[in-house]
Design a protein around this ligand. Structure first.
Ligand SMILES: Cc1cc2nc3c(=O)[nH]c(=O)nc-3n(C[C@H](O)[C@H](O)[C@H](O)COP(=O)(O)O)c2cc1C
Length: 178
């Protein structure tokens, strides 16, 4: 074993799903940004958490409007999705500039990204602040839609920085607790 610098320790818990978090800003404009600190929090009610850096637009929007949509990213539009990251300053409509398209959501007013094969529409339940540079945006899933088989969803996985992976071999392992 080698020591991993503690500043990079979180990359041990990888790869993780790459998603676009969609929110609406004050002007009603769609903001769509890539995130990968995404984790399930509860089956009942169905809750999901996103680790969002303090001062991120997605955080402000989800707090203000009470809604957000998680759009799972596939390799087929991976680069376009990653290009939606705002490098140094705020930028508008990066999703449009990167030739992504929107589609109406079923329950929430925040639209989805049409290219995504799996989406979770969420109502903001909580924003958990703790000592650290991120907050946990907790969403209650009010609508979940995906392609018929998970193989069709084909998520792009984020390792860290500019490293990504695609899914490998499928394994079925028996679980003794039933
Ligand atoms: C693949 C990928 C994953 C990312 N994951 C996160 C994350 O989980 N949390 C976070 O705060 N920023 C993450 N970022 C950085 C945000 O995308 C970036 O800060 C973005 O500009 C935030 O947009 P917003 O201010 O519209 O929310 C990630 C970037 C990339 C490219």
């Amino acid at each position: 074993m080698i020591d991993i610098p503690l500043s990079k320790a979180t990359s041990i818990i990888s790869p993780r799903l790459t998603v676009l978090v969609n929110t609406i800003d004050n002007q009603g404009e769609l903001n769509s940004s890539p995130y990968s600190w995404v984790f399930p929090l509860s089956f009942n009610p169905p809750l999901i958490g996103v680790g969002v850096g303090k001062n991120k637009q997605s955080h402000r929007n989800a707090k203000k409007t009470g809604e957000f949509v998680i759009c799972v990213v596939s390799p087929s539009f991976g680069q376009e999705a990653i290009n939606c990251e705002k490098a140094h300053k705020p930028a508008d409509k990066l999703w449009e500039k990167n030739r992504l398209h929107t589609q109406k959501s079923i329950i929430v007013s925040v639209p989805r990204i049409k290219e995504s094969n799996a989406v979770l529409e969420c109502k903001t339940k909580n924003l958990l602040e703790y000592e650290g540079d991120h907050v946990i945006l907790v969403g209650e899933i009010v609508c979940a839609q995906a392609q018929e088989t998970l193989d069709q969803v084909d998520p792009l996985l984020h390792v860290s920085g500019e490293k990504f992976r695609t899914l490998g071999k499928k394994l079925i392992l028996k679980r003794r607790l039933k």
